[in-house]
Write a protein that binds this ligand. Structure first.
Ligand SMILES: Cc1cc2nc3c(=O)[nH]c(=O)nc-3n(C[C@H](O)[C@H](O)[C@H](O)COP(=O)(O)OP(=O)(O)OC[C@H]3O[C@@H](n4cnc5c(N)ncnc54)[C@H](O)[C@@H]3O)c2cc1C
Length: 395
C-alpha cells in the first residue's frame, strides 16, 4: 500500500492486489514506528493521520525474574515524533488507501489473490490472479513487486533461493483488560521458562506469549487452567483477570514465526520487498518498519525508470532492482542478527532455565552506559538506515 501510494503520487500507474476482502486482521502487528510517522510528516499527512484513534508508547522496559529494567525512552529520538504509535493495522492501511485513491493512477483490487507470475522470454511481465468467484484474470506490468508477506506465493513462484534461518519460537496472542494500577507502556516479562510481551493498547493489553516452536499441542494437553497458572506467575498483577480473558482456547491465536531472507531479491521484471524478501520474527516488533522502509527505498530508486517504462515501453533495468536490494539488505541483516541473538537467548537461557532468569550482560551495559542507552529505542523506533520520501507529487 505504501509503495502503491508513492508510485501513484509520482504519476505511475499501479495496481495493488489484496487477497482478502478487507484489511481487518486481529493480532496483525499494530506498530506505527517513529520512522513511519516521520514519513507521514514528509508527505504532509501527519496531522490528519494522528487524528485517527491510536495510543502512544513512550518507553520500553522489561522484567527479568522480577528485576525491572528500563530499556530506554523514545523522547530522546532525533525526530519530531518522540513516540511509537499503536493503531489497528486496518486503520493504517485504510488511511493509506484513502490517500492513494486520490490519485487516478492508483487501482486497488480487493478479494484479488495473485496466484502465478506471467513470463515472456524469461522476464516476468505480469501476474495471474483469482477473484472472489474463483474466476481467473491476468494483469500485465512493467514490474511486479511481490509484497505478499512471509508465505509469499510470488516469491515461491519466482524460484529465487531462500536462506532459511528458522526460529525456535511461536507466538500465542491474546487480549487482557487493563485495570487501574497496571504498569505503563511496553513491557517484556521474562522468567523461568516463560516470556510474555504486553503492549499497552489504552483500555487493554495486547499480549504475546512466546512458546517453543511447535509447542502449542503440548500446551493444549496440559489444559487452560495450567496455562492460566503459568501466566499468573509471570504477570501476577493480571492474575485476577485471566479466568475471564482465557476461558476458551479460541481466545488465543497461534502465529508461527520464521526468519529467512532471499539471497537475491529480484529477477528480471520482479522485485520482492518486505516479508516476501525477508520474513521477520516478531522480536523487537520491527518487521513493519522494515517493510515500509523497503517500499520507500523501492519507490525512490525506481520511479524515474518506471515513468520511462510507462511512457516509452522500456524495460525496468535489473541493476536498479539490484540497487533496491543493496540499499535494504544491510538493515535487514542487522535486524535479523539482533532477532537471532534474542531468540538464542530465549531458547538457551529462558526456555531451558533451571533457576531464575537474569538480564543478559549486554542489556545491563545498554541500560547503564549513557552512550548506549539510546540504542534500543532507536533500533525499535527508527531501525538502521532510515529512508526519506524522494518521490515527487506530480499532481
Ligand atoms: C506473531 C507475529 C507478530 C508480529 N508483530 C509485529 C509487531 O508488533 N510489529 C512489527 O513491526 N512487526 C511484527 N511482526 C512482523 C510483521 O508482521 C511483518 O514483518 C510485516 O507485517 C511485513 O509486512 P509485509 O507488508 O511485507 O507483509 P504482510 O504484512 O504480511 O502483508 C502481506 C499482505 O499481502 C496479502 N497477500 C498475501 N498473499 C497474497 C496473494 N497471493 N495475493 C494478494 N495478496 C496477498 C496479505 O493478505 C497481506 O495483506 C510480527 C510477526 C509475527 C509472525
Amino acid at each position: 500500500m505504501m509503495l502503491g501510494l508513492l508510485l501513484a503520487r509520482a504519476g505511475i500507474h499501479v495496481t495493488v492486489l489484496e487477497k482478502h476482502r478487507d484489511f481487518f486482521r486481529d493480532f496483525r502487528g499494530d506498530t506505527i514506528h517513529t520512522s513511519t510517522l516521520e514519513l507521514m510528516r514528509e508527505l504532509g499527512l501527519l496531522e490528519e493521520f494522528l487524528r485517527l484513534p491510536h495510543h502512544n508508547v513512550h518507553s520500553i522496559g522489561g522484567t527479568f525474574g522480577g528485576e525491572s529494567i528500563r530499556l530506554g525512552e523514545f523522547r530522546y529520538l532525533p525526530t519530531d515524533c518522540k513516540f511509537v504509535a499503536f493503531m489497528p493495522q486496518w486503520d493504517f492501511l485504510d488511511f493509506l488507501k484513502r490517500q492513494a485513491e486520490q490519485y487516478p493512477e492508483f487501482n486497488l483490487l480487493m478479494d484479488a489473490e495473485a496466484i502465478a507470475l506471467l513470463r515472456d522470454r524469461g522476464r516476468v511481465n505480469g501476474v495471474r490472479w483469482r477473484d472472489a468467484n474463483a474466476a481467473e484474470h491476468e494483469i500485465e506490468a512493467h514490474l511486479v513487486v511481490a509484497c505478499d508477506g512471509r508465505d509469499s506465493t510470488l516469491r515461491q513462484q519466482s524460484g529465487l533461493p531462500v536462506i532459511d534461518i528458522g526460529a525456535p519460537i511461536d507466538v500465542l496472542w491474546f487480549r487482557l483488560e487493563r485495570a487501574d494500577g497496571d504498569p505503563d507502556d511496553l513491557l517484556g516479562r521474562i522468567d523461568t521458562g516463560q516470556v510474555l510481551v504486553m503492549i499497552d493498547r489504552g483500555d487493554y493489553w495486547q499480549c504475546a506469549y512466546l512458546i517453543r516452536k511447535n509447542g502449542f499441542e503440548a500446551l493444549r494437553q496440559r489444559g487452560l487452567p495450567a496455562l492460566r497458572a503459568d501466566l499468573a506467575r509471570i504477570a501476577p498483577f493480571a492474575a485476577g483477570r485471566l479466568d475471564s480473558a482465557l476461558d476458551d482456547w479460541d481466545r488465543l491465536k497461534l502465529l508461527s514465526v520464521q526468519i529467512n531472507r532471499l539471497h537475491r531479491w529480484h529477477a528480471p521484471g520482479l522485485l520482492c520487498i518486505g516479508d516476501a524478501a525477508h520474513a521477520m520474527s516478531p522480536v523487537g516488533g520491527v518487521g513493519i518498519n522494515l517493510a515500509i522502509q523497503d517500499a520507500v527505498a523501492a519507490a525512490n530508486i525506481l520511479y524515474s525508470c518506471l515513468r520511462e517504462a510507462q511512457e516509452e515501453g522500456s524495460a525496468v533495468s535489473d541493476s536498479l532492482l539490484e540497487a533496491v536490494q543493496k540499499r535494504r539488505d544491510w538493515p535487514t541483516r542487522v535486524i535479523q542478527a539482533f532477532q537471532i541473538r534474542v531468540q538464542n537467548f530465549l531458547e538457551q537461557q529462558v526456555f531451558n532455565a533451571a533457576g531464575p532468569v537474569k538480564p543478559p550482560l549486554l542489556l545491563r551495559l545498554i541500560t547503564h552506559i549513557p552512550i548506549l542507552r539510546g540504542l534500543a529505542p532507536r533500533l525499535v523506533a527508527l531501525g538502521p538506515r532510515r529512508e526519506h520520501i524522494e518521490t515527487p507529487d506530480t499532481h
